[in-house]
Design a protein around this ligand. Structure first.
Ligand code: IVH
Length: 673
């Protein structure tokens, strides 16, 4: 294995520190200092150096954030210091009672100072740094033991891999809240909706679910963020580096963490109350969810005097906001059939005001949830809606149940096509599996024409429904056999509009293979997975014939997706659909980039040593443009060896075999010809 020389070591270290700074500016300060393209190119350079010289790789390198293999499970680990939870107060009076209690316990508290922080609605994490380097990230768990999710924690860009701290103690523990920004949360649920997966009820569940994802690549894509709020120096007095919570927060910020800027230092509970009230309205403008404020005594020595109860610190309290919940009556329970055939029970309720909107529908999720709630028409229920989240029924107030109600159960037949429904063992979802069920068909068309799929302009939801209801379309392939005459049999459809639609449908035939794959609406295949799959399987032929393990072997795909794709291609109706789409001229394979035939086409090159001006990747690209290929080792099949400084055994071997050797300038000359 080659050893890097001093110059290379220096370059790697410079790159690492520059990328570190750029990433901090981008993810923590939200104030980029570098163009994305520049970052990418420096990142690639560092990555290449680390691949070439493995000894350069290190745990705190920006390249060490993602890339490891999926985990098979998480190890349970005990927290060095337990993660306590907080006592709750729901109004100012309860806050004042807490204040009085603390004052009684420690008379010296009379001139207390409080730090007010926002209570971020996410998932608590404990991070351990050894000699300033992030070595472990653990979930809260039950507060005593959590799960080691270090691989996933590394993907959170606002968590520094290395602390910026002079004379760093050997061990530093930082706690804080991992959360999903609201826009990311909505985007994830939107994607889950399109691929027929169960939605996350709120950003907190989505964050917790993401942190426990086995595949760190998926975690990285989900864009988790993190606010730090606690600093501990195990084995030492915490006051050795900060004397107050306020100082600790400032130090955390200096160390490179994102610390929530909306904090205050309040000398009286009156000011705490003002902070709480102010943020009850202002929190609606924040890009993340908060569910209250946390009030902490500022002085660490006072904190120590007060200590902990079994569960809570006595020196802090969470002042929560009234939940966005309200009681209402269930007027009806109906079953909705989605694009994937999933049957979702919905409660239709007497309209109620929640979180500033009127709510009259709530999801009851699935058969298990129905059973658990034992919800009946006529029941009084508590519904919850937070932010943009689909309202849900939290619980039934049994005491208020009128006499003569009947238990509600999932139907045995699809309410739309009346065929028998199926519930696979171990799955929560009940499904209609009749491919020609109008509900499935309408959903399939809506998905096929959508923007990220075949993007058929002018073909809205209503039109799709009409086409199905009139019997003009029985599959997405039928769209391509529509004529202006057929379309004109629909309401309000003139000749001009019909022609426009036919053109838009025809244009969709030029959409690439990845869009078609996404458009097919295979379960778990969202647009990102569709792109990943089409890169590995450049034609539908290859994908349809691939075995489960071939598909699962694609990085980022995994067994569940692979199983779903494999099964889809085994269904005869789907095979018929594919062959129709093929005959209709849709793009079912990736466009092959034509490489021109040159005198070098088919020749084999090997590169050795460091070239004076070009990087290895650049040389490779130039050579490959001519249709020649670049391989790693010299053999009889090698046509040319490109030689740079410090060439080693490859050169000797090439000379023995009589292979033409080229210096950089000679290579460029040859390529120019
Ligand atoms: S301090 C011993 N500060 O709220 C002190 N917690 O309901 C413990 N949380 O488990 C936590 N924002 O996950 C603290 N600014 C903040 C917080 C915060 C959110 C969470 C944390 C805790 C839960 C308690």
């Amino acid at each position: 294995m080659e050893s890097p020389n001093l110059e290379i070591k220096q370059r790697a270290s410079e790159l690492r520190s520059l990328l570190q700074k750029a990433s901090y500016a981008y993810y923590v300060l939200d104030n980029p200092i570098m163009e994305d393209a520049v970052y990418d190119s420096l990142y690639r350079e560092l990555q290449q150096l680390e691949t070439q010289y493995p000894e350069l790789a290190s745990l705190d390198s920006p390249t060490a954030r993602v890339g490891e293999k999926p985990a098979t499970g998480f190890k349970s680990v005990q927290h060095r210091i337990p993660l306590y939870s907080l006592e709750n107060a729901f109004n100012i009076e309860e806050l004042q009672n807490w204040e009085k209690r603390t004052q009684r316990q420690t008379p010296s508290i009379k001139v207390a100072e409080y730090v007010c922080e926002l209570k971020i609605d996410g998932s608590a994490l404990a991070l351990s740094y050894e000699n300033g380097i992030l070595v472990r990230g653990v979930t809260r768990g039950d507060g005593v033991t959590g799960e080691d999710i270090t691989q996933n924690v590394r993907t959170i860009r606002s968590i520094p891999l290395k602390l910026e701290l002079e004379n760093c103690p050997p061990l530093v523990e930082v706690r804080g809240e991992a959360f999903l920004p609201l826009d990311v949360f909505q985007q994830i649920n939107q994607e889950r909706l399109t691929v027929g997966e169960q939605l996350f009820a709120n950003p907190r569940n989505a964050a917790a679910g993401t942190l426990r994802q086995l595949n760190p690549k998926i975690v990285a894509k989900r864009k988790l963020d993190f606010f730090a709020y606690t600093l501990h120096i195990p084995g030492q007095d915490d006051t050795s580096i900060a004397r107050t919570q306020w100082e600790a927060l400032e130090l955390l910020q200096k160390m490179g963490f994102k610390v929530n800027p909306n904090r205050t230092l309040s000398p009286t509970s009156q000011e705490v109350a003002e902070y709480y009230q102010r943020w009850d309205t202002e929190r609606l403008n924040l890009p993340y969810m908060t569910d209250g404020v946390v009030v902490k005594l500022n002085s660490f020595s006072l904190q120590e005097q007060l200590g902990f109860t079994q569960k809570f610190p006595r020196w802090a309290i969470a002042l929560k906001y009234a939940a966005e919940e309200a009681p209402t009556r269930v007027e009806n329970i109906v079953i909705n059939v989605g694009r994937t055939g999933a049957l979702t029970p919905l409660a239709h309720m007497r309209p109620v005001q929640l979180a500033g909107t009127t709510v009259s529908r709530a999801t009851l999720h699935n058969a298990d949830r129905l059973k658990e709630l034992d919800i009946r028409i006529g029941d009084t229920v508590i519904v919850r809606k937070a932010g943009e989240i689909i309202p849900e029924v939290l619980r039934v107030l049994r005491e208020l149940r009128p006499p003569d109600t009947q238990a509600f159960e999932m139907p045995l037949n699809c309410p739309v096509c009346h065929q028998k429904v199926v519930r696979t063992l171990g799955e929560a979802v009940t499904r209609c599996v009749n491919a020609s069920c109008p509900a499935i068909l309408k959903g399939a068309i809506e998905h096929w024409v959508s923007r990220d799929a075949l993007d058929i302009n002018g073909m809205g939801e209503k039109l799709g429904y009409q086409l199905v209801e009139r019997g003009l379309v029985h599959s997405v392939a039928d769209l391509y056999e529509l004529t202006t005459q057929k379309l004109q049999t629909l309401e309000r459809m003139g000749n001009k509009l019909a022609e426009k639609l036919i053109d838009a449908i025809a244009l969709s035939k030029t959409k690439p293979w990845s869009r078609v794959l996404y458009g097919l609406g295979i379960r778990h295949v969202g647009s990102v997975n569709a792109q990943t799959l089409t890169q590995q399987f450049p034609s539908i032929e290859q994908l349809s014939q691939a075995e489960i393990h071939d598909i699962a072997a694609v990085y980022g795909i995994g067994a569940e997706i692979a199983g779903s794709v494999h099964q889809w291609f085994r269904i005869p109706a789907n095979q018929t659909l594919i062959s129709r789409l093929q005959n209709l001229g849709l793009q079912l394979e990736a466009e092959v980039k034509e490489t021109p035939i040159t005198p070098l086409t088919g020749k084999t090159f090997v590169i050795t040593g460091t070239l004076p001006t070009l990087k290895r990747e650049e040389v490779k690209e130039l050579i490959e443009k001519t249709g020649a290929k670049v391989t790693d080792s010299v053999s009889k099949k090698t046509d040319y060896l490109v030689v740079g400084a410090e060439a080693g055994s490859k050169l000797t071997k090439a000379q023995k075999l009589g292979i033409t050797c080229l210096e950089e300038s000679q290579l460029l000359e040859l390529l120019n010809q």
